[in-house]
Ligand binder design. Structure first.
Ligand SMILES: NC(=O)C1=CN([C@@H]2O[C@H](COP(=O)(O)OP(=O)(O)OC[C@H]3O[C@@H](n4cnc5c(N)ncnc54)[C@H](O)[C@@H]3O)[C@@H](O)[C@H]2O)[C@@H](O)CC1
Ligand SMILES: Nc1ncnc2c1ncn2[C@@H]1O[C@H](COP(=O)(O)OP(=O)(O)O)[C@@H](O)[C@H]1O
Ligand SMILES: [K+]
Length: 494
């Protein structure tokens, strides 16, 4: 798994090493120059003779960039530093000048500096690092970046983080400089994985500085190798009831497909039994004869795919089953039409699966003033707020799926091809997650943060199945469900 650490956590881990005189900046700058040289070699075959512009802000981030620039200059790179503030890392600047790099201070017009940067083979962005206040670039740095973007963005290597992004939350307010490569130091930062910031980071490479980053990471991304530890694999003495039974309240005469896709995903994700409740049992059984129609004991539920709130029958079933979620602790996936039937308070064993527009509605119903765009601008913040307000675990769907759960659990999963944004894909995710919860409901009650880990696992498996369904090309939701058995087998075989 990838773990991320806030600016404060990184600073706290740096402190004891700096007190001992460990040369962290030298380490960072050396690694940055090695990565930058590798990019230059890749892009123009030779390092010597390349033109690199270092954008140096007021802090240690500028220091890293200037020292790396000095090392590159010693290898025959033509290095210009553009200094944007009164304050600059003096050691870094004199190292660069000694290595015969040149420096230009922006006073007033940024035009010359912007032209220099836009025409460079590569720009090292050392404007702001973990000292950023997250509000976007202001002053000369902001004007310079805007002028560079107006001329056409060159190849950018971000030093530690792309300047102007919210390092801890991935916010993107105001001006920021997108990178092709981010070389980050000591530990990954949440803003490199969380949308929208993650889209500005390009490829991310981590440089180990030897920091002791123990404790709880801020945001986690599960990787394929993590699935085997979380997936409910049946023991040799398992039977269908010990493996878990999932109740599915989905679909209607108008939206029959949703019932089929949800149950199909649950069956193909591997579960003891699926019970279907709703008006289209005949269609469901025709597609999957394994599904049992009607009431009975379950460990988990999926509520809502293809359910319109004015469907009195489905509404009654969902409201009734919510009682069991609260009283008996059955787990639940609350999707689509069921989101507006959510009781005032449930526990983390209920997982909401809204997209940004649906989450905005859930929040608005609870008195928050927020719309879809606001959720997209700060997805983790609003997923967390929803967890606080409802007690539920929240899986917020999108190009990057963000999960917030009990005990501060937070995940950001980017596993799927954009082809997955197709009608019915959400129904498949709901069925898949329902199967996963049904198989591990006892463990969730022992550790409520597990619901968030399982939600992230479902997002990962969903994304991998989409890739597998038709690598590099269009996919249907049904193809994603059909790809689940082989995808899961592959992930468990690692
Ligand atoms: N502490 C160390 O020795 C190490 C620090 N490292 C580097 O140091 C960086 C952190 O350095 P600093 O703490 O000096 O912080 P920065 O280099 O990020 O600079 C912060 C300063 O920028 C200004 N600023 C903040 N928000 C702004 C905005 N929105 N627009 C314009 N200016 C703004 C403020 O004056 C603030 O003091 C890390 O990201 C990393 O690159 C690495 O060299 C590893 C070791
Ligand atoms: N650009 C994208 N890249 C990758 N996955 C995406 C993208 N956009 C949406 N998704 C994923 O596609 C699925 C769409 O689900 P949803 O919006 O509920 O569709 P539906 O309601 O039609 O089933 C979600 O799992 C979401 O995370
Ligand atoms: K930076």
């Amino acid at each position: 798994m990838l773990q991320t650490w806030t600016s404060a956590q990184v600073r706290a881990a740096e402190e004891p090493l700096l007190a001992l005189g460990v040369p962290l900046m030298e380490r960072a700058a050396f690694a940055l120059h090695v990565r930058t040289a590798a990019v230059l070699r890749e892009r123009r075959r030779a390092v010597a003779g390349a033109r690199v512009v270092v954008l140096a802000g007021p802090g240690n981030n500028g220091g890293d960039a200037l020292y790396a620039g000095a090392l590159l200059a010693r290898r025959g790179v033509e290095v210009h530093a553009v200094v944007t503030a009164e304050r600059v890392h003096e050691g870094g600047l004199s190292a660069l000048l000694q290595a015969r790099g040149r420096a230009l201070r922006v006073d007033g017009s940024v035009d010359d500096a912007a032209a220099l940067a836009a025409g460079a083979d590569l720009v090292l962005d050392g404007l702001l690092g973990i000292g950023s206040d997250g509000s976007g670039l202001r002053g000369a740095a902001g004007a310079l970046v805007q002028a560079i973007l107006d001329l056409g963005r060159p190849y950018v290597v971000a030093v530690d983080v792309p300047s102007g992004l919210g390092v801890d939350d991935g916010r993107r307010d105001g001006i920021a400089l997108d990178a092709d490569l981010t070389v980050t130091f000591g530990g990954l930062k949440p803003g490199l994985l969380l949308p929208p910031g993650t889209h500005a980071a390009g490829r991310v490479e981590l440089v180990d500085l030897g920091l002791d980053l123990a404790g709880v990471p801020a945001v986690v991304r599960l990787e394929p190798g993590d699935v085997a530890d979380l997936w409910p694999v049946p023991a040799s003495d398992a039977h269908k009831y010990t493996r878990g039974v999932l109740g599915v309240v989905a679909g209607s005469r108008a939206y029959q497909g949703a019932a089929v896709l949800t149950t199909s995903a649950a069956v193909q994700a591997g579960i003891g039994m699926v019970r279907y409740l709703g008006d289209v049992g005949d269609v469901v059984v025709a597609a999957h004869p394994e599904v049992v129609v009607g009431h009975g004991r379950v460990q988990a539920w999926v509520f809502g795919p293809g359910v319109s709130p004015d469907d009195a029958g489905q509404r009654r079933r969902i409201e009734y089953a919510f009682e069991h979620v609260r009283e008996r602790g059955e787990a639940a996936v609350v999707d689509a039409g069921a989101l507006e039937l959510l009781p005032a308070h449930v526990g983390p064993h209920a997982v909401l699966t809204p997209h940004a527009g649906e989450l905005a509605r859930v929040l608005t119903q609870r008195g928050e003033t927020v719309d879809r765009a606001a959720v997209e601008a700060e997805p983790l913040r609003w997923a967390r707020r929803t967890h606080e307000l409802t007690g539920a675990t929240v899986l917020l769907k999108g190009p990057v799926t963000v999960v917030a759960g009990a005990q501060g659990a937070a995940y950001a999963q980017a596993d799927a091809p954009a082809w997955l944004s197709t009608a019915g894909a959400g129904d498949v995710l709901a069925g898949l997650l329902g199967a996963l919860l049904a198989g591990r409901v006892d463990a969730i009650h022992e550790d409520p943060s597990l619901a968030a880990a399982l939600a992230a696992t479902a997002a990962l498996v969903h994304g991998r199945a989409a890739h597998r369904a038709n690598p590099g090309g269009p996919i249907s939701a049904r193809a994603v469900a059909d790809a689940l058995p082989a995808t899961i087998a592959e992930l468990l075989g690692r």
